[in-house]
Design a binder for this molecule. Structure first.
Ligand SMILES: *[C@@H]1O[C@H](CO)[C@@H](O)[C@H](O)[C@H]1NC(C)=O
Length: 393
């Protein structure tokens, strides 16, 4: 039953509302051009824009009669009044569309999970390239672009759209792209001086539950290492060869012909007192899942990577062992054996667990959501003029 009002049929009210919305939008567009670059985004209603609040067809048509320009706003008004009653334009301004140009390393993730996974709202992620002209930001995963930028250069870019260079590999494993200077607006990387910083992981305050329930897992191995990429030019290989003369290291992975799957990965790590979190290359801020997994699964990481002070910006100084703390692999081996004999000293490495827990970054998803978050907060012009120099020098 639809209650009638003195003005007649409810349809009139809807038409009236739509007109009002469009006039409000025009008003803001005229007087406050900076408030949003597309107060009425040029978009057709798609199943996507209609996902949360499905307008019925007659309403949609009426909105369309009044000009395509307002159909999306109309959807947003409905959406907004339905859940928060905030002003119309705020909602239009706060929903940013991020196009994922290609799935990073082919890795797919749920496009609707910025809110549930990271508490970031006001985002619409898409992998549909036909939405290019509607996107506020486009995320390009460096390793998937290939060496050829000629296709990208042919694309027409809305003047306010931002292109994001996204990459999580160290400079040693990333291709430099000639012609990439002046092409991107923003960077998203593990490095803290990137615009949209996404470390491989972070320690966050532990919940009461975590604080109470953590126990050091049962150990039946001393030192372990899981490695697939064995390259004799890597520092870690030389160090391992030397270290293993003085202490037994349980090796897993392709190189040791002991392949382990994802489930066993956590089990193996937990069962070792120490884990060799040896990075493949050494660069500022380059601390990968090799470190954060070790911390998460309850082993003590022995690290090769940037200097200790850099690690201590991310994790407590007493949560890991750095090879630089010792004059030689032999000295490190002696120390590990000492800790093996002294449970109290060993347990000190887990003191941080009383306060913190490990949160790893969902690869690709976190980048896309943080790009959206960034675009909601920053509206300034920005161009990265010297990306190659920044990353590789
Ligand atoms: C993004 O970068 C391009 C290429 O340098 C530039 O033309 C454009 O104005 C920039 N856009 C913004 C919003 O900063």
């Amino acid at each position: 039953m639809t209650p009638k009002t003195s003005s007649g049929h409810p349809q009139h009210i809807i038409v009236g509302l739509v007109v009002l919305v469009c006039f409000t939008a025009l008003f803001f567009m005229y007087y406050k051009p900076a408030i949003s670059w597309l107060p009425c985004p040029r978009t057709e209603p798609t199943p996507d824009t209609c996902k949360h609040v499905c307008l019925d067809v007659p309403k949609m048509e009426k909105a369309a009669q009044l000009g395509n320009n307002c159909t999306l706003n109309y959807t947003m008004v409905q959406q907004q009044t339905a859940d928060t009653q905030s002003p119309v334009l705020e909602s239009a301004q706060n929903t940013k569309v991020v196009l994922i140009w290609s799935w990073p390393f082919g890795h797919h993730f749920n496009l609707d999970s910025c809110g549930s996974e990271l508490g970031i709202t006001g985002c619409r992620l898409t992998d549909d390239r036909s939405q290019l002209d509607k996107a506020h930001g486009v995320m390009f995963h460096l390793r998937d672009i290939g060496g050829d930028l000629s296709y990208l250069l042919t694309l027409s870019r809305p003047p306010l759209q931002k292109w994001v260079w996204m990459n999580m590999e160290s400079p040693a494993n990333s291709p430099q792209l000639p012609g990439a200077d002046h092409l991107f607006n923003l960077t998203s990387n593990y490095r803290r001086d990137s615009d949209i910083w996404v470390p491989y992981g972070r320690l966050i305050e532990a919940s009461e539950e975590d604080k109470k329930t953590f126990q050091i897992p049962t150990k039946d191995k001393l030192v372990c290492w899981i490695v697939s990429n064995w390259n004799v030019n890597y520092k870690r290989v030389g160090y391992f060869n030397e270290l293993s003369k003085y202490i037994n290291v349980e090796g897993y992975g392709r190189h040791f012909d002991k392949y382990i799957d994802q489930d066993d990965y956590a089990k193996v790590m937990s069962s070792c007192k120490f884990y060799l979190s040896f990075e493949n290359s050494i660069y500022k801020d380059y601390m990968t899942e090799k470190l954060f997994n070790a911390l998460k699964y309850g082993t003590v990481p022995v690290v090769i990577g940037p200097p200790r002070v850099n690690y201590e910006e991310y994790i407590p100084g007493d949560s890991f062992i750095h090879i630089d703390d010792f004059g030689s692999p032999q000295e490190l081996a002696e120390h590990l054996k000492l800790l093996d004999q002294n449970q109290e000293m060993y347990e000190q490495y887990f003191a941080w667990r009383k306060y913190f827990t490990v949160k790893e970054s969902p690869f690709g998803l976190e980048h896309a959501c943080r790009i959206c978050e960034y675009l909601n907060k920053n509206h300034n012009f920005r161009v990265f003029t010297n990306i190659n120099q920044w990353y590789w020098s």
